[in-house]
Design a protein around this ligand. Structure first.
Ligand code: ZN
Length: 531
């Protein structure tokens, strides 16, 4: 095992670094050469993990139980899962890659039709945010769903091919395999989501009724006539903007980069070295979104942003720097294969933990030197929006998780009805009369990031669990009233020592238990946002 690990790391380490560099080049310049180089390197990595002989060796070592050292066992698990995921025969893999590339392309080029002309996603979103005429809203919503029938058949075929690959390595379907290779089991995730569903059902029903009353007045319709197009985005996954909250005004003449740097320094997690290597401002040809990347697991951590001085980018830079401090403070003595976050959702949790501060009135007050009067004015709306956003998001993720699970369990069932059953059950949004379209297929994640969506929710749960633990046990406070986190070095110390440095040395749930005293639970999220 020691020999295998040493040889593997020697092989994979330089390629990973080169891949990250290619990714960075591609994202910062948009250069086609960089994209080509990236695709070649990704294929090279795939071929390493596709090796059946190596996988057989890992399997026999795992089954023998002879590897006893705990760090070695963890590395064996991590390697076994990485190989397991890639044990697909080359022909089948090629069909899957071709089909998903084709479907992804359709998503990026397709434009819906609205009042006889092609319309962009941004235009649809703008209409759903501002238009008060119900008929126009309905047409915009339908335009957002028109990509569904264009990709639905391909997506079903893709699901079947993914399932075929999963069955070859002994799993029921691809959903089960996907969770297993990221050390999650379906029963455990089911249990968490069932609990979350139960705890949020009544509060959500109430919130939705209040929201419907306000929105119905805006559109001049009866509250019973509220339809899917009456919310502010095509899937009702975001909080409609019905209460006054404009935080952008507080960021004019401010520098979100400087604010973020000052905040992280104040909690003992300085980020200068990260910001120095990062690419922060908009430029022609550059990726318009944001991400964090750990180039070499040796401290070269960078973020990409397109900063503007407003609320959205304050949230984003805090979020990306949350990922970045996790990567930066991974313990350099931990073996290379374990020198990464415990799980993709644990780094998401840390990023969310920090991004949420933009909805914390005490934080805004301390960082932006607001007056007491300004603070009072935004306090209530901030809290109301944070709660509303989280509650709406939970119910939406329940739709995605349960639909996707059943999609992979039986792709031949009536998926159009299944989708609307889920939407009605979890979101209380009524299916339009006689609607029979593959509306589920319009959600790009089902095609492009399969079986991943639930991790966003797990990230939110952990962010709340960490928050609760820090408030009660690290800062020893009775409640989080007035807690801005600004200047609290104990917070940085706690996260570094208990979450970041451990990397993937422990299974994610063991890390959480070590860090907070209990495994992942929805209780603290519910206490923070629902009760
Ligand atoms: Zn993130």
């Amino acid at each position: 095992m020691e020999e295998f690990v040493a040889a593997h790391v020697e092989k994979i380490r330089p390629i990973m670094k080169e891949t990250n560099l290619a990714y960075w080049d591609a994202a910062t310049t948009g250069s086609p050469e960089a994209y080509d180089r990236l695709a070649d390197l990704e294929l090279k990595i795939r071929k390493i993990y596709n090796n059946a002989k190596d996988f057989a060796l890992l399997t026999s070592m795992k089954e023998s139980g002879h590897v006893k050292d705990s760090l070695m066992t963890r590395q064996l698990d991590v390697l076994y899962n990485a190989y397991l995921k890639e044990q697909v025969d080359p022909d089948l893999l090629k069909r899957i890659v071709d089909l998903s590339t084709e479907a992804e392309e359709k998503f990026s080029t397709f434009r819906g039709t609205f009042e006889g002309r092609k319309i962009t996603d941004n235009e649809i979103r703008e209409i759903l945010k501002t238009e008060t005429n119900s008929e126009k809203r309905e047409k915009a919503w339908q335009a957002a769903k028109q990509v569904g029938p264009v990709v639905a058949a391909q997506l079903v075929q893709l699901v079947k091919l993914r399932n075929q690959a999963a069955r070859k390595v002994g799993f029921d379907n691809y959903h089960t395999l996907s969770l297993a290779v990221t050390e999650q089991n379906v029963k455990e995730i089911d249990r968490i989501f069932a609990e979350l569903g139960e705890l949020t059902d009544k509060p959500f029903a109430k919130l939705k009724a209040d929201l419907d009353r306000i929105l119905a007045v805006t559109y001049g319709v009866d509250v019973n006539e509220m339809m899917p197009w009456h919310y502010h985005d095509p899937f009702f996954q975001e909080a409609p903007l019905v209460y006054d909250l404009d935080l952008d005004v507080y960021y004019t003449n401010r520098d979100v980069k400087e604010l973020a740097a000052r905040f992280y320094a104040s909690i003992g997690l300085p980020v200068e070295s990260i910001l120095d290597r990062s690419d922060l401002y908009e430029r022609e040809g550059k990726n318009p979104h944001a991400f964090c990347i750990n180039m070499d697991r040796r401290g070269d951590v960078r973020i990409l942003c397109n900063l503007a001085n407003n609320d959205r980018w304050m949230d984003t830079i805090l979020h990306e720097l949350g990922h970045a401090v996790y990567d930066k403070y991974l313990d350099a003595d931990v073996p290379y294969l374990l020198r990464k976050p415990a799980h993709s959702f644990t780094t998401e949790a840390v990023a969310m933990f920090f991004g949420r501060l933009t909805r914390n009135a005490a934080w805004l007050h301390d960082m932006l030197e607001l007056s007491a009067e300004q603070r009072t004015r935004i306090e209530q709306s901030c809290e109301r929006y944070a709660c509303m956003q989280q509650l709406i998001f939970v119910r939406w993720v329940l739709v995605m998780y349960n639909f996707e699970k059943q999609l992979y369990a039986n792709p031949d069932q009536d998926l159009d009805s299944l989708w609307w059953d889920m939407v009605e059950k979890y979101q209380y949004v009524q299916k339009p009369h006689r609607r029979a379209e593959p509306d589920w297929a319009a959600k790009i994640h089902l095609t492009c990031s399969p079986c991943y969506y639930h991790n966003y929710m797990l990230g939110e749960l952990l962010a709340s669990q960490l928050h609760h633990h820090i408030v009660r046990n690290v800062l020893r406070l009775e409640s989080d009233n007035d807690l801005s986190y600004v200047g609290q070095e104990k917070v940085g110390d706690y996260l570094r020592e208990n979450v970041f440095e451990a990397g993937a040395v422990y299974h994610w749930n063991d890390m959480i238990e070590n860090a907070t005293g209990e495994p992942l639970t929805p209780g603290y999220f519910v206490a923070q946002f629902v009760e």
